[in-house]
Design a protein around this ligand. Structure first.
Ligand SMILES: Cc1cc2nc3c(=O)[nH]c(=O)nc-3n(C[C@H](O)[C@H](O)[C@H](O)COP(=O)(O)O)c2cc1C
Ligand SMILES: CC(C)CC(=O)C(=O)O
Length: 341
């Protein structure tokens, strides 16, 4: 099995440089992008020994969805830029791995088609000010079989991504479109960033869908507290992979305080900078119930389609399995904060 770094190198060779930059890049000077990975390296594991870990397991359940391992695939836009099979390849490999695929609102394959090959499917939403359209998209996802809604709240406006400006990357190539943005006339709408979204709108969202609802992009402990009070079903502790607010806290650094405030009342998913099984174990020990991966999946997809995504997910599974046992834990729930310094 190739490493994630090797797959990224292959992806970089294969991709149009502007598309590679779109995937790899972050906002501003990319300080937050770098901090996400650095934060994992700056923390070390202090494992326990003699704990009879012969029978250990990785499966978890999050908001009623079964995951064969505490790792899910984050929503990322435009998979058909990476590979002609696009989201279908990613969803198939994720189904094979027995975990959750979060389909982006900005997928280049319609959510109905993704649902046909996915196993456990969640749907990510950018709230659109046209409520009728927003409701229609949610109905499409729910009717297709999506089992949870992930509302992205860290994107009031689009982050300033210098690489996109430099490359003048504004449009998808001919033939590709954000298929969930088609309205009843078949026209593809532009995706609006939800600048005026408030907590009250979340109440409305809960009225128009039965899916459990996650907020994605919470790093302030007070917002986590408010989310729990508002009856939200789970939180993605995330800074959007460093693509929104440069200078923002790394997601791992934001996690412990949020975990302490939430105190197990709703599941926490950490994403941003997870690149190895040791990273997964560190995040779980510091309070996450699962982690999400974004770019590693795109590198696998661009390098080798479905096979490449499968390789990334299997590698992360094996590394996590090894790291968990070497920390003296029999399941993700046994990983505790004292294992990390
Ligand atoms: C190319 C790319 C596209 C993304 N598109 C979306 C999106 O459509 N919706 C969303 O909520 N997050 C999106 N994200 C953020 C990811 O869901 C996730 O938060 C982030 O990639 C995690 O960091 P990592 O790439 O270091 O694993 C995107 C990230 C990347 C790299
Ligand atoms: C369509 C974009 C807004 C997708 C996104 O969230 C990203 O590129 O980070």
């Amino acid at each position: 099995m190739r490493t994630i770094a090797e797959l990224e190198a292959i992806a970089r060779e294969r991709l149009d440089p502007a598309h590679y930059d779109y995937y790899a890049g972050g906002a501003g000077e990319e300080a937050t992008l770098r901090a996400n990975e650095r934060e994992f390296h700056d923390r070390v594991l202090v494992p326990r020994v003699l704990r009879a870990v012969g029978k250990h397991e990785l499966a978890v359940e999050i908001a009623g969805s079964p995951l064969s391992m505490p790792i899910l695939v984050c929503p990322t836009a435009f998979h058909r830029l990476a590979h002609p099979d696009g989201e279908l390849a990613t969803a198939r490999a994720t189904a094979e791995a027995g975990t959750v695929f979060v389909c982006s609102m900005a997928s280049t394959t319609a959510v109905e088609d993704v649902a046909k090959v996915a196993d456990v499917l969640w749907f990510q939403l950018y709230f659109q000010s046209d409520r009728k359209f927003t409701e229609a998209v949610l109905n499409r996802a729910e009717n297709a079989g999506a089992r949870a809604l992930v509302v992205t709240v860290d994107s009031a406006v689009r982050g300033r991504r210098e690489r996109e400006y430099r490359n003048a990357f504004h449009d998808l190539p001919p033939g590709l479109a954000a298929e969930n943005m088609r309205d009843e006339t078949g026209r593809v709408r532009d995706i609006e960033m939800p600048a005026d979204l408030t907590w009250e709108d979340l109440d409305w969202l809960r009225e128009v869908t039965n899916m459990p609802m996650f907020l994605k992009g919470v790093v302030h402990p007070e917002d986590a507290r408010r989310a729990v009070a508002a009856g939200i079903d789970g939180i993605f502790v995330s800074n959007h992979g460093g693509r929104q607010l440069d200078g923002e806290i790394s997601s791992l650094a934001a996690l412990p305080e949020i975990a302490s405030i939430v105190d197990g009342r709703v599941p926490l998913i950490l994403d941003g900078g997870v690149r190895s099984g040791a990273d997964v174990v560190k995040a779980l020990a510091l309070g996450a119930d699962a982690v999400g991966v974004g770019r590693p999946v795109l590198w696998g997809l661009a390098a080798a389609g479905q096979e490449g995504v499968a390789e990334v997910l299997e590698r992360l599974r094996e590394e996590t399995d090894t790291a968990l046992a070497l920390c003296g834990a029999r399941n993700p729930g046994e990983l505790t904060a004292d294992l990390v310094r």
